[in-house]
Write a protein that binds this ligand. Structure first.
Ligand SMILES: *Cc1c(COP(=O)(O)O)cnc(C)c1O
Length: 360
């Protein structure tokens, strides 16, 4: 077995009951029997890596994370294939991105290869928690928090890194349905020079207010515009966004305030490989609305680990509603969704070497 890493393991003897239906899993409601955890201090670096029974963290109320929000996370999935294999999709890219987020928030790096091995080990320990129905998976959540108990505003000298995992449902238990998104021209998520390109807790706290406003109007997601001109499209809550015009697939360029999605990168590479012209550039919301009016905009979809590909059926912008692709899933959107899913479940050979099979 390839997982020759030394890490302490204390087995949870009191296994949780798994009394849920795979069709009713939802997202992030159940957590498995074990947690990976390690601590950092300025002198020793990362220490005491271990997989132990899932349990609460004990933190000093003065721990820096509670006061100034020095916290980052990642999200990836393990998939159960029809061939009984367990698959991960580009796991090292998640940990690389976590290290970039860490650098931006003055947090320490982790060893990428070590953490990928730990993820594989934890997934294997929890393999009975990986749901089997199509579209379901084991969600993997690595987190880093500042734990030093001190109230001075500065970078912590102590950290905790942990990974929890749990079964999550298909994003589309009743089939893939287009979402309705609300274009926010009043609130912004991130600004160039800020922490928008890091997967940092503060970005999500900043997004909640507009998300609540959107929900009141019946919209499940917010499409953010740039913070300065308020006219360039950036991204959606936890997804990047794509617009398929007659002559090209367009997505906002990574300007510094947008999260560099791994699904985004996968979509770009696959589409290019299919001979589709892909443009990463600044894109005005007016160009999008124009495209809808003229019929030159065929598909709109979001990309992210949680839903993979989310078709967008309606946009709400400045008191007007705009229907996209007749409110149905567009052809390219469906093709990309099927393609990426088939890689993730190990059903289709892919030339990119993104998929890693964990040998049981
Ligand atoms: C995680 C996330 C994404 C999607 O990234 P993936 O790597 O594709 O899962 C996009 N935007 C935001 C704000 C995110 O947090």
């Amino acid at each position: 077995m390839a997982l020759n890493i030394e890490v302490d393991f204390i087995e949870n003897k009191k296994k949780k009951e798994r009394n849920y239906e795979e069709t009713q899993l939802g997202f992030g409601k159940y957590f498995s029997d074990h947690i990976f955890i390690m601590e950092y201090d300025g002198k020793k670096g990362w220490k005491n890596p271990r997989i132990i029974p899932y349990q609460p963290l004990v933190l000093d109320p003065a721990a820096l994370v509670f006061h100034y929000g020095q916290t980052i996370f990642e999200g990836l999935k393990a998939y159960h294939g029809k061939d009984n294999g367990i698959y991960l999709f580009r796991p090292k890219d998640n940990i690389k991105r976590m290290n970039k987020s860490a650098a931006r928030l003055c947090m320490p790096k982790v060893d990428e290869d070590f953490i990928v091995k730990i993820i594989k080990k934890l997934v294997l320990i929890e393999k009975d928690w990986i749901p089997r129905s199509h579209g379901t998976s084991l969600y993997i959540r690595p987190v880093m928090i500042a734990s030093e108990p001190v109230l001075g505003v500065r970078a912590s000298s102590e950290y905790i890194f942990y990974i929890i995992v749990g079964p999550v449902g298909s994003y589309y238990p009743e089939g893939i349905n287009p979402i309705k998104i609300f274009v926010s021209d009043k609130f912004v998520r991130a600004v160039k020079g800020g922490i928008g390109e890091a997967k940092a807790g503060g970005n999500y706290a900043a997004s909640l207010y507009a998300a609540e406003e959107a929900k009141k109007l019946g919209y499940s997601q917010v499409l953010w515009l740039d913070a300065i001109a308020r006219k360039y499209v950036e991204e959606v809550g936890a997804m990047n966004i794509f617009f398929y015009f007659e002559n090209a697939l367009v997505t906002p360029s990574l300007s510094g305030s947008i999260l560099p999605g791994i699904t985004r990168d996968s979509v770009i590479k696959i589409a290019k490989n299919w001979g589709i012209k892909v443009e990463e550039r600044m894109l005005e919301i007016d160009e999008v609305i124009d495209g809808i009016k003229k019929g030159s905009l065929k598909d709109v979809f979001g990309s992210g680990t949680a839903a993979v590909i989310s078709p967008v059926g309606e946009l709400y912008y400045k008191d007007n509603k705009y229907t996209v692709s007749d409110g149905k899933i567009g052809e390219l959107t469906k093709r990309l969704y099927d393609e990426i899913m088939s890689y993730q479940y190990g059903e289709k050979e892919e030339p990119y070497e993104w998929v890693e099979r964990i040998d049981i």
